[in-house]
Design a protein around this ligand. Structure first.
Ligand code: HEM
Ligand SMILES: *[C@@H]1O[C@H](CO)[C@@H](O)[C@H](O)[C@H]1NC(C)=O
Ligand SMILES: *[C@@H]1O[C@H](CO)[C@@H](O)[C@H](O)[C@H]1NC(C)=O
Ligand SMILES: *[C@@H]1O[C@H](CO)[C@@H](O)[C@H](O)[C@H]1NC(C)=O
Ligand SMILES: *[C@@H]1O[C@H](CO)[C@@H](O)[C@H](O)[C@H]1NC(C)=O
Ligand SMILES: *[C@@H]1O[C@H](CO)[C@@H](O)[C@H](O)[C@H]1NC(C)=O
Length: 333
């Protein structure tokens, strides 16, 4: 049983919390930091350029963060929190463990921003800017991002487990998932075009190579020559951390991904299914023929995905991996 004193302390903490944490549902707008940190976007772009030189793949890895952050209770950098003794982070969630990578690039961006304007730029906004820069720096479109997000006070491992899609998913399950966020079939296909850059593990395709839907056979949608390549990359006894390219030009953001899907050369089941299913195929065909249409739709999808907000309390973290230190009890007096 809590004593009156304990209850009182909890009550005061709550009141205090409400004073320091803003509500993480604000109007996002371009140029949010133009007065408070005018160099912010320049600094993010600069660090991303260095990351491109240090390890080209890291841009894809960072770009993926926007999806894994925004789909789990809004774009609030909840995904960047490390585990603590009392809170499970999202880094070990089903779709993220042994898979999400390049967190150190975000740390570098944050450090550079804290040096320039401490306590101003949220980690949630860093993910949005860095994802845009990853696309622009690898040959894709460039666009204005809306900013002004806050960072979550907690992580949501279980929500991530329940929400993030499996590489086994088919187009109809993906359409339903995206619909929960008011993202259209067109958004689903264009955003999947993010797989124009980066790599994935054999772990993510073993089932479709050797036992699609429990049939004991490979996915019939795979082009036979491509299947030979995949079987060589990922033999049945492979170290499943071995990686393969998500499309034929994994360092260039272009519409090659869609050309590959049309040719039955999609890496993941969730990729190839976009061509197999009737509702998504017409967009795959369109983007495979017209890269500008893809780029335009992709930007639209990224903006919509970036608008997802939880409305829960937030703060501007000093270190993207941990929430800011709570006030000590002496703060009351
Ligand atoms: C439509 C549903 C999606 C599914 C099922 C899916 C699934 C996956 C999987 C399984 C991997 C490889 C993981 C591994 O083997 O370790 C991957 C990689 C990747 N995903 Fe997705 N994804 C989806 C949508 C998206 C979206 C919307 C984005 C970003 C806008 C995105 C960006 C990426 C990138 C860039 C990579 C490569 C990362 C790297 O090289 O480190 N994905 N995705
Ligand atoms: C797609 O996947 C869902 C969920 O796994 C499954 O229930 C459904 O039967 C699949 N649809 C088709 C047409 O394969
Ligand atoms: C989707 O749109 C509906 C209707 O406008 C709205 O009520 C709902 O909150 C939106 N959902 C999301 C996740 O934005
Ligand atoms: C294929 O999957 C099914 C259902 O999950 C399973 O019963 C079967 O044993 C698997 N076959 C092989 C060869 O792994
Ligand atoms: C991949 O590597 C990690 C860490 O090195 C290991 O824990 C994991 O079991 C490996 N995953 C697979 C599928 O082999
Ligand atoms: C691609 O679509 C754009 C409209 O976004 C159009 O202006 C252009 O002519 C198309 N290009 C090709 C090669 O069809």
């Amino acid at each position: 049983m809590a004593t009156i004193n304990q209850l009182m302390t909890m009550f005061l903490s709550l009141i205090f919390l409400l004073h320091i944490a803003y509500v993480a549902s604000s109007d996002l707008r371009p140029g949010f930091y133009s007065k408070t940190c005018p160099q912010a976007e320049f600094i993010v772009r600069y660090v991303m350029k260095n990351a491109l030189i240090m390890e080209p793949r890291s841009l894809a890895s960072v770009m993926r963060f926007q999806f894994h952050d925004c789909f789990v209770n809004g774009c609030d950098a909840s995904m960047l929190l490390d585990d603590t003794p009392t809170m499970l982070g999202e880094k070990l969630a089903l779709s993220n463990i042994n898979s999400l990578r390049s967190f150190e690039v975000i740390d570098e961006v944050k450090e550079a921003l804290e040096n320039e304007c401490p306590g101003i730029v949220s980690c949630a906004d860093i993910i949005i800017m860095a994802s845009r820069d990853a696309v622009a720096l690898t040959g894709g479109p460039n666009w204005d991002v809306k900013l002004g997000r806050l960072d979550s006070l907690i992580a949501y491992q279980e929500d991530s487990n329940n929400i993030m899609p499996s590489p086994r998913a088919n187009a109809s399950a993906l359409i339903n998932l995206f619909q929960n966020y008011n993202l259209s079939v067109k958004d689903l296909v264009s955003l999947s075009g993010s797989h124009s850059i980066g790599k994935a593990r054999c772990f993510s395709i073993m089932f479709r190579l050797y036992n699609q839907s429990g049939t004991g056979k490979p996915d019939p949608a795979i082009d036979p020559y491509y299947r030979k390549e995949l079987n060589k990359l990922c033999p049945i006894d492979v170290d499943q951390n071995v990686t393969g390219n998500l499309d034929a030009t994994p360092l260039v953001f272009d519409n090659q991904y869609f050309k590959d899907l049309v040719a039955g050369r999609g890496f993941l089941n969730s990729d190839q299914t976009l061509f197999t299913f009737h509702q998504t195929r017409k967009f795959v065909e369109l983007y495979s023929r017209n890269q500008s249409q893809f780029f335009e739709a992709f930007v639209e999808g990224m903006l919509k995905m970036g608008d997802l907000q939880s409305g829960r309390p937030g703060e501007v973290r000093k270190n993207c991996r941990v929430v800011n230190a709570p006030p000590t009890s002496s703060s009351y007096s």
